[in-house]
Design a protein around this ligand. Sequence first.
Ligand SMILES: [Zn+2]
Ligand SMILES: [Zn+2]
Length: 222
Amino acid sequence: MTNQTDAASKAGAVIIPVTLFQQNCMLLWEEATKKAVVIDPGGDVPQIQAAIAQAGVTVEQIWLTHGHIDHVGGADELRDLLKVKITGPHIADRFFLERVEESGTKYGMTGMRNFVPDRWLEEGERVSIGELSFDILHCPGHSPGSVVYFNKAMRFAHVGDVLFNGSVGRSDIPGGDHLTLIKSITDKLLPLGDDVGFICGHGPGSSIGQERKTNPFLTGAM
Ligand SMILES: [Zn+2]
Ligand SMILES: [Zn+2]
């Protein structure tokens, strides 16, 4: 558990790196009510539970950015433990969720379960935790069903593995396509505005402006 961050004064957040992929599981809450959401519980569920207890928040939902094992491996277990619902990703990632156990075995991860979320997400939909509201952007390319959660008021986005600090998501996993990914970033993320900060699935976050100006995949350097 590291990186106590503040998405905005109305919200609190902590990043919990989980699995051998050091995936940024995010616990995000509304300060006023302590209502919280866990985004991408990829595994190491006891660590996630410890972070929830330490933050003193009440988790009401689980949100998923996409179907890859490091993002969803602990989702079904956490859903059962917390008695909450799973929202996302887009239904185009269903085939990953039907193979969670199988791909977990491949990486030596135990206790992973296949599952179906309670709600699939579509472009233009909205989800909220307390009064914190997030717009859904469907951003295929890294995976066909990747979604980005964007809070306009807080100028904050959770971009999953679509965009990284200095890089972009890989597109060599089944269902991935590099040109589609670049189009998703160019058409949907860059227009959000340079001032929008983001958390991504691995490593440090960044801002849209920083990436627009310096990310080699966006400047044409690569
Ligand atoms: Zn991924
Ligand atoms: Zn990932």
